[in-house]
Each structure stands twice: as C-alpha cells, then as structure tokens.
Design a protein around this ligand. Structure first.
Ligand code: FAD
Length: 438
C-alpha cells in the first residue's frame, strides 16, 4: 500500500473540491469511513472550487433566511441594505431561461428546492458566509440593493471555502490523500468495488463499498475540448485548475456509464487576452472582465458582434466566452469612457491587465492591437449616434436604454463612448467548465 493511503475505506471520494467535500461530509455523518483522493499536490488542491469567488446562488425568502445563514449580519448592515428575495419560483425561472429550458428537470428541482437547506447544512458544519456587497449590489439612494439572486459568498472566497472544508473534513476524521490520482474504476457485474490509484509513480488497488466521482469536467484537456466542443477550443485559456482533465467522466464511461448533458457546451467567459494557459491562484478569477454590459466590445474587424446589454452580466457572461472565441483571432476589446471607468469592477484594476488608455477616440483605436482601426472608429461613432440617451442609465435594473437602428443592437445600459479619457481591455475566451454528466 502506498504511504499516503489508508488500507481501506467505506467510501472513496475522487476529488477535493466543493462537491467532493460535501459528499465526504455527508458520508461521514452517516458513520462511514471516508478517503478523499486528490490528484493535485496539497498546495494546488481544491479544484476549480478554489479558483471561485465562492459565490452561492440559493433561495431566500427574506432577510431572516439570510440571517440564519450569516448570523454575523448586524442590524446596521440590514438597515442599509435591500436584500430583496430570491424565491424558488425565481430560481426555477432563471434556470429555465438561461438554459433555454434544457436543464435536467430532476437535478434542477433538487438544486432549487434544497439550496436553502444545503447552505444551512454547510453553515452548521462550520462554513462561514457573507453578503457579496462589492460585486452583486450597488448603492442607490444611500442603500445597497442586491440584484440577480447571487447574494451570498463563502468567507475568503474560493480559497476560504476550500480551506474551511478541508479543516472541517479533518475534524470529522476524513482522510485526504494528495497527489493521488484515481486512474480507473474496479468494477464487475455487481457494480463498482474500488479504484486504481496512482501516487508517487506507483499504482495500487483500493477497495471500497462506494466510490463517489467528484473529479470535475474535462475543460483542462485540450484534446477532449476540441473533440467535444469543436474546432478552436484547444485555443481557449482555462480559468481554473489544470487537474480537471475528464478522468472521472472517462473512468465511468469505460465501465459503461451513460453519458448525459451538454457535450458540446461549456461555461466560458471573457478573460484577459494575456492570462496564462491555466488559472493562477495568486490572481484567482480577477482575469475575468465582467463590466462589458456598461460598454461595448469590438473584434479584430473593428466591429461589434454581440448585444453586450442583453441581460444582467449574471445571465450572459457564461455564454459570451464562446462568442469571443469565435471571433477572428479569438479576442475582443472592451471599450469604456470616463463616465463608466469609475464603475468598473475591481478586476479591471489588477496589475496583470491588458489595457490601453487614450484622450481621443482616434488615438484609442490606434492602440487597439490587431484591430482594424478605421472600422473600429466608424463602429464607435455609429454606436454613439444610435444610443437612446433620453432614457436614464440605471445599473440596478434592465433600464431599456438601448440603441436604435444598429445591425447588432444593445438592449440596456447603452452609454455613449465620447467623454475622455477612454480605456479598452483585451479579452479572449476563458473556459470555466464543461457541462457533461453521467
Ligand atoms: C475562475 C472560476 C470562478 C468561478 N466562480 C464561481 C462562483 O463564484 N460560484 C460558483 O458557484 N461557481 C463558480 N465557478 C464554477 C465552480 O468552480 C464549479 O462549479 C465548482 O467548483 C465545481 O466543484 P466540483 O467539486 O464539482 O469540482 P472541482 O472543484 O473542480 O474539483 C474537482 C477535483 O477533482 C480532482 N481530480 C481531477 N481528476 C482527478 C483524479 N483522476 N483523481 C483524483 N482527483 C482528481 C481535482 O484536482 C479537484 O480537486 C467558477 C469557476 C471558475 C473556473
């Protein structure tokens, strides 16, 4: 037996992200001995969960539900905030709308109806939560107003979530083996009996009564991405861990599991054009550039190519990475003027950002690397003329301040790009996760 691995366990969980730890804690609660196998070394452990902001979408019917989850909320904080509600109906509605009614009905029902209870369960286990003041609420009339249903985040974001789950798992006598890659399932006609595990160059057989696969998707595997998502996807950057190469899915398919889900789909966002190939924990999700609904995006041809203001960023950002990947050269520039620059999210102010700044539009378009400058200037001028400036701009609602008469319309938050200084940020496609299951 390999040095890092216990001789046996009732339950083996493959992976050490949020899903894996939740499964491990649930199994331990029922008295099972549990072993977590993590392919990554300890310093890179935690999968994509560690790269997240730790933001959780869950049902709440008012501030009392939020207080149960976040007892640290003070009366003063409650008084200065309009949390609104996020009802089951709204959550179902969002799931339907965003997936174009292709969400798996049973899984969706479980996700929505158990979201509140599961968050409370995590809180009772010791995970701490806080409201997402900075990113999901804006101050209007002296009060923070939350919008879009994404109100709660884990303390310390994704790294905080994984650290806290790891500590809680250890307290619950769950064994964790790092650098331990599950290679294949041991199965016969009666079902799964264990896994083959490779650790420190040695492969061993580990038997268990139950194996839980929580090894993420195949987004970090360029070959599988291109095979299933299509040509060009090998050129996408990966926002998170380099360890999610589809092992769990492959192992299960190898023993005859049924594939399900959206094999050619993926969650992908606008991500700094010069970000590294995989995520970098020192930057986390700050390579993303999510203030595009307030500005415009221009491709290599100098043209706009998508309705930047079709909906709140929560409902468009996961789709627009693919749209950017399909542009010539797989990139776009997000363009803003002085009116919007102070409103840009924090991720626009990091050191490792691909940004240009100019005092005139003529100078700006010259600075947009790899872009047809003449056409870009034409596009910005035509856009400026088309903005319905008589409708007031309001970032907290879909304000209907759109454009008139453009081939690619902008439906909300259309602000003219005319007040210097101007800034532009180069983005490419940052792949987050694939959407397949078993
Ligand atoms: C930058 C970024 C930001 C995000 N922000 C949010 C957010 O704020 N809120 C949100 O809800 N979602 C967010 N997401 C999505 C979120 O990360 C995932 O939905 C979630 O973390 C998936 O959890 P998981 O446990 O299934 O997978 P992961 O956390 O990816 O865990 C997979 C685990 O399996 C391990 N593994 C892989 N292969 C093997 C093997 N063969 N043997 C052993 N172990 C293996 C990996 O090392 C890892 O530990 C974000 C994603 C990214 C990339």
């Amino acid at each position: 037996m390999s040095a890092g691995l216990p001789p046996s366990a009732d339950v083996i969980v493959v992976g050490a992200g949020n899903a894996a730890f939740c499964a491990a804690l649930a199994a331990a609660e029922h008295g099972a001995s549990v072993l977590v196998l993590e392919r990554a070394p300890e310093e890179e452990a935690g999968g994509n969960s560690r790269f997240t902001a730790g933001a959780f979408r869950c049902v709440y019917n008012g501030v009392d539900d939020l207080r149960a989850l976040m007892p640290d909320l003070t009366d003063e904080e409650v008084a200065k905030t309009d949390f609104g509600t996020y009802t089951e109906e709204k959550f179902f509605d969002d799931m339907g709308r965003v997936t174009e009614y292709r969400t798996d009905p049973d899984l969706c029902e479980m996700l929505v109806t158990r979201s509140k209870a599961t968050m409370l369960w995590l809180h009772q286990k010791g995970v701490r939560f806080a409201p997402i003041w900075g990113r999901q609420a804006y101050k209007v009339g002296g009060k923070f107003k939350f919008w879009g249903g994404l109100t709660v985040e884990a303390w310390g974001g994704g790294p905080g979530l994984v650290d806290s789950l790891t500590t809680i798992a250890r307290k619950n006598s769950i064994a964790i083996a790092y650098g331990a890659r599950a290679m294949s399932l041991i199965a016969d006609d009666d079902g799964v009996k264990g896994v083959h595990v490779k650790q420190a160059g040695k492969t061993v057989e580990m038997r268990a009564k139950c194996v839980v696969l929580a090894a993420g998707g195949f987004q970090a595997n360029a070959e599988m991405r291109t095979r299933y998502l299509g040509p060009g996807w090998e050129l996408a950057k990966i926002r998170g861990t380099r360890f999610n190469t589809g092992d769990g899915i492959r192992m299960a398919l190898d023993i005859g599991a049924m594939p399900t889900g959206n094999w050619s789909g993926g969650h992908a966002v606008g991500w700094d054009r010069n970000a590294p190939e995989f995520g970098d924990l020192s930057v986390g999700d700050n390579f993303q550039k999510h203030s595009y609904p307030w500005g415009i995006m221009i491709n290599a041809n100098g043209e706009r190519f998508v309705d930047e203001g079709a909906d709140f960023r929560n409902y468009t950002y996961a789709k627009y990475g693919r749209v950017i990947l399909m542009q010539p050269g797989q990139f776009a520039w997000q363009v803003f003027d002085a009116k919007i620059i102070p409103m840009l999210r924090d991720e626009y102010r990091i050191k490792r950002v691909t940004k240009v700044r100019a005092e005139t539009l003529e100078e700006l378009v010259q600075k947009l690397e790899d872009v047809d400058a003449t056409k870009a200037l034409e596009t910005i001028r035509a856009y400026n003329k088309a903005v319905m400036s008589e409708v007031p701009f309001d970032p907290n609602v879909k304000d209907g301040r759109g454009t008139m008469g453009l081939a690619v319309p902008k439906s909300n938050w259309a602000n003219t790009i005319e007040q210097p200084p101007f800034e532009a940020y180069a983005v490419t496609c940052g792949g987050s996760s694939t959407l397949t299951g078993l």
